[in-house]
Design a binder for this molecule. Sequence first.
Ligand code: HEC
Ligand code: HEC
Length: 392
Amino acid sequence: MVVGLSLPAPLVAADDTARDWSPAELRMLRSLQLGNLKPVPPDPSNRFADDPRAAALGERIFFDTRFSDNGAVACATCHRPEKYFTDGLPLSKGIGETKRGAPSLIGTAYSPWLYWDGRRDSHWAQALVPLETPVEHGLDRRRVLGVIAEDPDYRAAYEEIFGSLPGETDDEDPINRAFANVGKALAAFQRGFLPAPARFDAYVKALGEGGGDAEPDLSPDEITGLKLFISETTECTRCHNGPLFTNFGFHNIGLIRLQRGVRSYDVGRVRGVKQALQDPFRCDGPYSDAGAGQCEELEFVRTWGVEISGAFKVPTLRNIAETAPYMHDGRFRSLREVLEHYREAPGGALGHQELNPLELTDLQLDQIAAFLGTLTGPAPAARPDASKSAPR
Ligand code: HEC
Ligand code: HEC
């Protein structure tokens, strides 16, 4: 809870649709533009991260429902390409129902921590979790390797990249190593999930080129919404910044409320960080390819403190208008509901809520929502279910 907070400064006038941006605003706009996105950072923990053969193998696994206990669940069940790798549900459904909603996977190769609570420290370590979660794919690592071993095509692809599959053995180590390789292939595939330019990017690019007499490709409401979004009053860019509109940090925005009869709450990062440190597949663990000093995120991670209680990872806002419902538990059906939460900024039950209430009119909320709609780029193409097309 924030006590004694002061009210925010007055906002820019609602009808201020001026195309003239101050130098500071222009700097901010350029920093958000996709052209400013750096190349995907290297992943020293996965030496196959940029191996196209690993990516091709990962792609097949991602869409293949044979990697599930009921033969009906693939990664793509909950991460549908045509929905920017989300599923449109508040809580995702595999074999059973998960406790959180599926985030978009666009740009996740830039994220030092994976999951809403950051309970994994690499893309490949994350990919192993759903395969063994009973309500998701519902397999165990030996059965995952069994699917690969029994399909001559998979086996050949795997062995060409990683060397021979372990045979029958009671020894856990070679099994874990091969299982880690499956994660590394899935990670290599997902590194290619990058955002495509949206109307917002074209607008900022046109501004940079002097604009000329060409009409900006944003409506007056969208421009006003953008002005509000980058203003010091809303402070949206405190957390949603850079070309992916996220700082990839963990923040508490007061979503966890005390409820009668409920005893356990989703505490977010404060628990996630402990799980990350205990994971045998972590960056400095035996199945990682990282050398000494290459796991800086782990080395310097904050493991305790009121700041990480009730905190969740800041999601990207790229394509946000197409990825409802919102928040880690899918509680808000529309951007308007999200923005009403930010306007009210209710105190949460856990930790330290970081938001200040905003003095915004309904029209202004709609304008911010309109601006968020300009962050939509073309969606990746839908794919057929690979279990039906995979060679036998
Ligand atoms: C049953 C639905 C379901 C299936 C199947 C599933 N996921 Fe997810 N995925 C989720 C949910 C829900 C989350 C968020 C869970 C959390 O944060 O606690 C998530 C999170 C992720 C994230 C983290 C994204 C981020 O921004 O941190 C990645 C990456 C991911 N999944 C990839 C995969 C891969 C790869 C597979 C297949 C091996 C897979 N998922 C299978 C539902 C699913
Ligand atoms: C203090 C950091 C912070 C600030 C400031 C902030 N956000 Fe967020 N935002 C977050 C976090 C953290 C989440 C995810 C919370 C969760 O799901 O538990 C989020 C989620 C969202 C979502 C839903 C994304 C999704 O995929 O579900 C939208 C939309 C959003 N923010 C827009 C905004 C806008 C617009 C502003 C300014 C009015 C803003 N945010 C200010 C941290 C912040």
